[in-house]
Design a protein around this ligand. Sequence first.
Ligand code: UN1
Length: 514
Amino acid sequence: MKNRIIEQLGIALDSDNSRFPGLARRGLAEVGQGAALSLHSPIDGGRLGTVNQVSTGQVSSVIEAANNAFRELRNIPAPRRGELVRQLGNAFRQKKQQLGELISLECGKILQESLGEVQEVIDICDFAVGLSRQLHGLTIASERPEHRMMEQWHPLGPVAVISAFNFPMAVWSWNTMISIVCGNPLVWKPSEKAPLCALACQKIISDTLAEFEEFPEAISQVVIGDGEVGQQLAASPDIPLVSATGSVPMGRKVATTVAARLGRSLLELGGNNAMIVASSADIELALRAIVFSAVGTCGQRCTSLRRLIVHESIIDNLLPRLADSYRSLPIGNPFDSITLVGPLIDQQAYRQMQQSIGLAREQGGTLVCGGNRVEKAELSGGWYVEPAIVSIDHNAPIVQQETFAPILYVMRYREIEQAIAIQNGVPQGLSSAIFTTNLRESELFLSSVGSDCGLANVNIGTSGAEIGGAFGGEKATGGGRESGSDAWKNYMRRATNTINYGHQIPLAQGINFG
Ligand code: UN1
């Protein structure tokens, strides 16, 4: 199956059919000159091949090529750039099944969720096509006679995208499709845990470009490498925008390097998302939302539900029912259609999960269910775990941390203001939700004194955001906004223009200068 999936996507291989290129753009698939990386599937630990990471010199030439590409791309009209994205969307539609299978193979996500991820790619293409005719600026009333003011949005320059293993295509596509219509070439450093997904997307771009002769070859380039490559991109003054998704420590490093050269960064970092379940909540709805948000993608979404804040009057009813659902979760091979929980990405993720559960217990938490490795012969090569529920006091230090694994901390509250304070009382601020049928509670939660997160939902879970909204969060989550709404403005340069069509030179602020 592995070979079929990879072959169908036509990812370039070297002559002995086992080594993938570390650097790819249209018409170029170059073996990396850096260290070799051996690729394994989280499903069963089976080998997927080898990729050679890029060297520092290769990254420099990629940055130079991106800058040359920018000079051409910025002159191509935005609707024509949109037409390229429209065709990309069609290509992703055509290959949806195979791309979904590749995500499952390389990242261990269940196939339904992998297909959903490819759907996000398709959706953002549609969004970006429309946007390509709507990169609007304002006109502004001038304070001076016979003057006109306006804003224009111009292409910004090469954009570096640093993406994580858990959404190996969708997050890249939010950045890429919007960047292309905005007129910016891309340099993509995917997670070292998901390089094949990147090469498959790059292949689609290369193939689609065949019909777009006037577009530069280096409109999109993939560099496979580690944190050092990320740092090289972050440090380059020739990359005006670095968009990074991943952990808070990774984001801090990127942001510091970019800020030192006064560049622009767009960060989407850790979540530690909470849901409040109020006494008036529709419990049936809440239970379904909790389970999907907490165990979907095996708890490896930045939007995964990590903290459940339940009203004391319903917790004794809700918790046993939630634990029952957890105990009946089908855990297994992500290609099996009945599976709802696939494997963790690797052993390190498993260790971190065990460590966090251990700390939670030391800090007074009670393990309600789950937490064990699933010991089945057919799953022995992967890191499959039972999603865990830990009942714990909201003051326990462990609940301040995001562990990228399916652990749900459940805590109780009495007053809604207290629940909101618990929800906000962590360093991160990505996604949040309340389940309530009480209008006052719901409006309070959404108000300026409510949730402090970038995403705040009522009667839906914390994960699974649509692409049409701006996606991202506050505080340690990094403050960036990607995907829909007016997030495109991050990818463009704003020019304020003042035009004098008169015969005088009046000064602003009424200044009389001689
Ligand atoms: C992520 O985990 O980095 O809202 C992105 C969601 C998805 C995207 C998650 N649309 O869960």
